[in-house]
Design a protein around this ligand. Structure first.
Ligand SMILES: *Cc1c(COP(=O)(O)O)cnc(C)c1O
Length: 347
C-alpha cells in the first residue's frame, strides 16, 4: 500500500453500471440478465463491479479463470459464480473447496467432473463459433449420468452484425438443447440481447454493455457511460514554431504552441493508436494529442485552455464507440487495456 495519490484516475459511475444492468435485464424479456465480470470486470475492477451488480439484483456472474472466481468468492455467493474456461483434473480439489461452478467445455472435462463426484455444473455447447465448447458431433461422447447440468450455454460469434450466422446458431442451439437435460438455457451476450426474444432463453450474459459499451447500434439510447479518464498535468510550456514533439518527432509545431504533458501512456492502456488522434478536454476546451503517445506520458495542445496550470487535471476523451472508430481498437480492448496505475474512484 502507498500513500501517494496516483496522477491518473478512472472515475467510475456505479449508478450508471447498475442502470445498465437493469436496462439489459429489462430488454432480456422473460429471461434474467447475468453479468460477465471476467478480466477484472472488463478492466474496471471486478470486486467493485460485482458488488454493485449483486446489489442491483444480478445472480449469475461469469469469469474466465478460477483465480478470478476466487477473487470475488467472499462477496458473491460461490454458487452464483460460473467459470467459463473449464477445468483440469489437477484443480479439482481447489474447485470443490471454492464451490463456484465450472463450465465444462469438452467431453474429457465432463468425464473428469463425473469421476470426481459430479454434481452441479454448466455445459458450453458450441453452436458454431468453433472456439470453446462441445460441438454437436461430440455430444454422443458425453455421459451425463451423475451430472447435474444447471445451465446449458452457447456463445454467438456475430451478434454485433446482421449476419445469417446468428439465426443458424440460434436454431442449432434450440435443436440440441433438450438432449442435455439442463435446467436453464443461455445464448445471448450484450449484442445478442438486441436480436430479440428468440435469443433470450432463461438467462442472458451481457458484459461489454454493462460497462458502457455500445455492442450494437441502438443501444446508445439506453446504455450509459460508466468510466471516465482523468490525468494530471505534469508540465506546461510554450514551444516555438518548428519545435518537434515526442518520439520520432511525428508532430512539429506550426505556431508557437502552449503544450501540456499529462500522466498517462500506453502502459496505462492509452495505446499508441491515439498518437496524433486522441484528445483531452477541460470544460468545453478540446486539447488534442500532439505526436506519439509514450509509455507514461502524452503531450497535448492546451492553447484552448490558457487557465490550465501544472498539477491541474484534464479529462481524457475515451467515449468507447468514438475512441473505437478513431483508433481501430475494439471497445472491449479499450476497456480491458486499462492498466493498474489508475486510481479507480467509484461515485
Ligand atoms: C465474455 C463473454 C460474454 C459477454 O460478452 P459481451 O460481448 O461482452 O456482452 C458472454 N458469454 C461468454 C461465454 C463470454 O465469454
Amino acid at each position: 500500500m502507498t500513500d501517494f495519490e496516483p496522477p491518473l484516475r478512472l472515475i467510475l459511475d456505479g449508478d450508471a453500471l447498475a442502470a445498465n444492468w437493469k436496462a439489459l435485464n429489462a430488454r432480456s424479456g422473460s429471461a434474467l440478465a447475468g453479468a460477465a465480470v471476467k478480466a477484472n470486470g472488463y478492466g474496471l475492477g471486478a470486486r467493485e463491479v460485482a458488488a454493485r451488480l449483486r446489489d442491483a439484483g444480478c445472480r449469475d456472474f461469469f469469469v474466465a479463470h478460477w483465480g478470478e472466481a476466487a477473487a470475488i468468492a467472499d462477496i458473491i455467493p460461490p454458487a452464483w459464480i460460473s467459470v467459463l474456461n473449464g477445468i483440469q483434473a489437477a484443480d479439482i480439489p481447489h474447485i470443490r473447496a471454492l464451490g463456484t461452478v465450472p463450465v465444462l467445455n469438452t467431453p474429457e472435462q465432463v468425464s473428469i467432473w463425473r469421476a470426481s463426484g459430479g454434481g452441479r455444473c454448466h455445459i458450453m455447447f458450441d453452436s458454431g463459433i468453433n472456439r470453446l465448447g462441445i460441438g454437436p458431433e461430440q455430444m454422443s461422447q458425453c455421459r451425463l449420468q451423475d451430472i447435474d447440468v444447471d445451465l446449458l450455454l452457447s456463445h454467438l460469434a456475430s451478434a454485433d452484425e446482421d449476419s445469417a450466422q446468428n439465426e443458424a446458431q440460434q436454431r442449432l442451439f434450440r435443436e440440441h438443447a433438450a438432449a442435455w437435460g439442463a435446467k436453464r438455457l443461455s445464448l445471448a451476450n450484450s449484442a445478442g440481447i438486441m436480436l430479440g426474444a428468440d435469443y433470450h432463453y432463461d438467462l442472458t450474459r451481457p458484459g461489454l454493455s454493462l460497462y458502457g459499451g455500445i455492442a450494437r447500434s441502438g443501444m446508445g439510447a439506453f446504455i450509459k457511460p460508466v468510466a471516465r479518464l482523468s490525468a494530471r498535468l505534469l508540465q506546461v510550456r510554450t514551444l516555438p514554431a518548428g519545435a518537434p514533439i515526442g518520439y520520432n518527432a511525428t508532430h512539429v509545431c506550426g505556431n508557437d504552441t502552449t503544450v501540456g504533458t499529462i500522466s498517462i501512456g500506453y502502459a496505462d492502456g492509452y495505446l499508441r493508436a491515439f498518437s496524433g488522434k486522441g484528445s483531452a478536454h477541460h470544460g468545453a476546451a478540446a486539447l488534442p494529442v500532439l505526436g506519439r503517445v509514450s509509455m507514461d506520458l502524452v503531450t497535448i495542445d492546451i492553447s484552448a485552455a490558457p487557465e490550465l496550470r501544472e498539477g491541474d487535471w484534464v479529462d481524457v476523451e475515451y467515449d468507447l464507440p468514438t475512441a473505437s472508430a478513431l483508433t481501430g481498437l475494439s471497445q472491449y480492448e479499450l476497456l480491458t487495456n486499462l492498466g493498474t496505475r489508475f486510481a479507480r474512484n467509484w461515485r
